[in-house]
Design a protein around this ligand. Structure first.
Ligand code: MN
Ligand code: MN
Length: 296
């Protein structure tokens, strides 16, 4: 099944490969929602930009020795979102993820702003979320809104418990948030710690943190990467990690418990092309890592 036969659909189909829903292992969908973006909106255009980039990069994964062409993935298209209504959008994401999980397939979500991850976690039920993010997203409310992308991991923590939320790559926060994170005992590692310790050591720490988790959900807020490599995000923050470091860490924890993942916060308006390409590469590599660890 060569993607070159589907030129007309390349921008609409992630990776350019068509698989029927019934014969797929992964089900991808986009959520073009960015209503609570606090600084630079535009992540509603993320799914389209990531799909377009995905059709224009090579498919061999050097990390896994697989080709993305072997990954059985179905693209549902984009969720119909209600702009301005985070609550309804989260509900629709939850239902979509529930359906995918019920049919024993792995959900892959393209954002959109980070708020949508709450819907995915509700649909997954009882997963531990590993959030790769420059931010904790642990504010109780932001601009009087409790369903803002700056609050998404606070809501996740309330619903899943403190042991089921892990933040990797943090480096942007304010005093109250840092005090909250320390007081409640949230597991986190900063980007500076990652760069000093190296990915092997961070991987070992993460495996310990995740030792008792039955299901793992990976959320990649693209701003975890340095703005030098991923400028097209809503809230760029210096001292970020590289895509290689991100993927090295995920490779350290990739096992059969990874039950879903997302890549969010790509805002193409501010991109030079690198961010969308990197985001689609991350999806390619995560699919291959998960497929390999499950033995698909
Ligand atoms: Mn975030
Ligand atoms: Mn962030």
């Amino acid at each position: 099944m060569s993607r070159s036969f589907y030129v007309d659909d390349l921008s609409k189909q992630f990776g350019g490969f068509k698989r029927d829903y019934s014969e797929s292992d992964f089900v991808l969908f986009g959520v073009p929602f960015d209503s609570t973006s606090s600084f630079r909106p535009g992540s509603r255009f993320g799914p389209a930009a990531i799909r377009e980039a995905s059709a224009n990069i090579e498919t061999w994964s050097w990390r896994t020795g697989m080709d993305f062409e072997e990954v059985r993935i179905h693209d549902l298209g984009d969720l119909a979102v209600v702009h301005g209504d985070a609550s309804e959008t989260i509900r629709r994401v939850k239902e979509t993820v529930e359906d995918i999980v019920m049919s024993r397939k792995i959900p892959v979500m393209l954002g959109g702003e980070h708020t949508i991850t709450l819907g995915a976690l509700r649909g997954m039920r009882d997963a531990t979320v590993v959030s790769f993010d420059a931010h904790f997203d642990m504010r109780d409310e932001y601009l009087t809104n409790k369903l803002s992308h700056a609050c998404v991991m606070r809501r996740a923590l309330e619903e899943l418990g403190v042991g089921n939320v892990v933040i990797v790559g943090a480096r942007a926060s304010y005093r109250d948030e840092v005090e909250f994170v320390k007081k409640t005992g949230v597991n986190y590692v900063s980007s500076q710690q990652i760069m000093r310790a190296g990915t092997k050591e961070i991987g070992a720490w993460l495996r310990g943190v995740l030792a008792n988790s039955k299901k793992i959900y990976i959320s990649v807020d693209t701003d975890v990467l340095d703005p030098a490599f991923a400028p097209g995000v809503g809230n760029p923050e210096p001292e970020g990690i590289t895509a290689s470091v991100l993927l090295d860490i995920i490779e350290e924890i990739a096992d059969e418990r990874i039950s879903g993942f997302d890549v969010v916060e790509v805002a193409p308006t501010y991109d030079n092309g690198a961010t969308a390409v990197t985001a689609s590469k991350i999806v390619y590599e995560l699919c291959c890592m998960v497929a390999k660890s499950i033995g698909l």
